[in-house]
Design a protein around this ligand. Structure first.
Ligand SMILES: CC(C)(COP(=O)(O)OP(=O)(O)OC[C@H]1O[C@@H](n2cnc3c(N)ncnc32)[C@H](O)[C@@H]1OP(=O)(O)O)[C@@H](O)C(=O)NCCC(=O)NCCS
Length: 169
């Protein structure tokens, strides 16, 4: 997974603590930064498609994988995001529909300082305010760092699954 993000890498020494960092809902002005961070999280995706998706979402279009997005900013400079959808069903969750974390990313120079946790907290507050009882998430089976970060933020592992498909000609 690519973790560096040209144009979004503030100097590490700036992050003495979280004083200048906050989390807010995505705004139209975040479109380019959000698309770039999503491209860094999903390098296999087409960057142009991600930018078009971001532009459409901030213009008010709906996306199947994003109900609400949160941006972590340092003095209004984007340094992380969390995409939350509301899935009809999610493996390992008891309730339906259920909020689900579709993307969670912090630029490498700002990791380990509580930014990811602040994004999770924003997703929790959004979900609690809408009377949801739980939040689902997933991670690749090899992504031990992500698993541990999830667990440190209060998530418990529920299932390991194998996805399959059969293409129909
Ligand atoms: C996962 C990610 C979003 C976490 O963001 P972050 O800002 O570093 O997280 P925080 O600093 O808020 O840490 C939250 C908790 O997780 C723990 N944690 C974070 N990264 C960890 C790691 N690599 N290993 C173990 N624990 C970790 C922290 O110690 C903290 O727990 P604590 O407060 O009890 O010490 C970030 O590391 C990232 O963007 N990773 C690459 C992309 C990715 O894998 N995203 C998840 C895809 S499902």
């Amino acid at each position: 997974m690519r973790t560096s993000l040209p144009g979004f890498e503030p100097s590490p020494q700036k992050y003495s603590r979280m004083s200048s960092i906050s989390v807010r809902p995505l705004e139209a002005k975040d479109s380019t930064a959000w698309a770039a961070m999503r491209a860094a999280l999903w390098p296999e995706a087409d960057a142009g498609d991600l930018q078009r998706e971001a532009d459409a979402f901030v213009a008010g279009d709906t996306l199947p994988t994003v109900t609400v997005a949160f941006i972590a900013v340092d003095d209004d400079r984007p340094i992380g995001f969390l995409d939350l959808s509301v899935r009809a069903y999610a493996n390992g969750c008891d309730s339906m529909p259920v909020p689900f974390i579709e993307g969670w990313y912090v630029v490498s120079s700002a990791r380990g300082l509580g930014v990811g946790r602040a994004l999770i907290r924003a997703a929790e507050e959004w979900s609690r305010a809408r009377r949801y009882a739980e939040i689902g998430s997933d991670t690749q089976i090899w992504n031990e760092d992500s698993l541990q970060a999830h667990q440190q933020c209060g998530f418990e592992e529920t299932q390991r699954v194998i996805y399959l498909r059969k293409k129909l000609s």
